[in-house]
Ligand binder design. Sequence first.
Ligand SMILES: Cc1cc2nc3c(=O)[nH]c(=O)nc-3n(C[C@H](O)[C@H](O)[C@H](O)COP(=O)(O)O)c2cc1C
Ligand SMILES: [Mn+2]
Length: 482
Amino acid sequence: MIKVHELTGLGSVLDYYGERGEVIEIDKEVDSECEVAGIIFALNALPTTPGVLFKNVKGYRFPVASCVLSERSRTCEILGLPLSPLEFKEAFIKVSQNLIPPVRVQGGPCKEEICRRDFDALKIVPSIKATPDDGGKYFQPLVITKDPETGIQNVAMNRAMLLQDNRVILNVRNETGVGHDFRKCRKEGKPFEVALVVGAPLEMYIAAATKLPLGENELGLVGAIRKKPVEVVKCETIDVDVPAEAGFVIEGVIEPPYEQSTEGPWPEFLRYLSIPQQKPIMKITALTYRKDAVGYAIVAGTKENYTLRLSNDVAFYKYVKDLEPNFVVDAALTPGTAHWHHGIIQVKKDDYDFEGLQIHVAMAAYGFSVYLETITIVDEDVNILDMNEIDWAVTTRCDPAEQIHIIRNVKTHRNNPIAGARELMDGSFVGKSKMIIDATVPWKYKNLKRGTTLPIFERARFQNVNLKDYMSAHDYRRWINK
Ligand SMILES: Cc1cc2nc3c(=O)[nH]c(=O)nc-3n(C[C@H](O)[C@H](O)[C@H](O)COP(=O)(O)O)c2cc1C
Ligand SMILES: [Mn+2]
């Protein structure tokens, strides 16, 4: 039987899900300015989101796909990893620890067409403008760069805003792997060579959005996921290797004096417009592509964006679990904050000695990322993936004056408007208060009994039944086994 995670190329995965009715095709002509993003946003708002293939995007020869990763089930299948959340985390940690480096080959599909002169990459490679307020059209590419000292490549996801004349603005952040490579090049006054890949296999997108330690190539993670190395080919005009299966490869340089321009606004992962900022301009030096290339559009703030960040959730779990392996049961970052700003930690406070340790663990957990804003701690009986359960635990187990701890004036991400507004208004640093919500039952109440037997913090215990024993086969199919 065909296994989806063994397929290569974006097109074959689209065919696979297309045959199973999980990718809808839109034949109607759609506008890359606002309409495509509007459809993607609406599809992501559905309880179950199909993948989508726009076959006729105005002005482009190539189709554009999206939303394949919006469903966690497809994402796990594409990665060949278990669906159960805790097993998924453990399996992801294991593959991340056994990277399989890419291998260089002579040629590949991404070289079917090679443009070095008289081409306009911005007209060939599909891009979208997401909302009318945006600074321009954008690619959401994989960004492949090289550390000039070690020669090790990095793969990340960074948006790129289109200018004219084969130029784009790249949203590099200092603290990322790309920022690290760029800084080293700048110090030596060298041109910074960058390959932007659009329409790559989807496991490469997941790997690119994964924060591996500096000096590790994220294509090695793709190799580990596939259990075989990714084949890479050398670019035409820069010394960077790119996946042979890529749809489009845009080669370019950010040259001294590293001219900048205004990037943004762009609707960010928290569904607010970003604050425009100065970012470096990249000049395109070549474009290569497959004849059957498919573009891929990602809209921030959607389910697909959140699934793309699943590996951050895995990394948070590992960080927190390693702090106190016998006390921490599970940990997760909430999808509502793009697996970024709100962490949930589940602990098993089954001994007097553990009281207070949950606060210590939460303080230490902030070390995971400066973007963490809130940490909520819950007991082992709370489903940490269900925000209704978290809400219930906070309301019924947390006395705010005693169990909410506020730390003032801490750095965070400027795209969280409650922090960014402050920077804009008075030029002060990008920060806000952070908090720890301790929604675990205080130890002193743990064994509190009502009457003679019932511990008062225990949930009402309903009889366990199998509804199949009570319903007609028809009703069972209709309501349960849909
Ligand atoms: C859809 C999407 C868009 C992203 N855009 C950017 C971006 O424009 N700039 C950025 O610094 N990080 C962006 N990220 C986050 C980085 O890809 C992520 O932090 C990655 O782990 C960085 O890898 P690196 O440390 O190897 O550079 C984006 C992530 C996703 C899922
Ligand atoms: Mn990296």
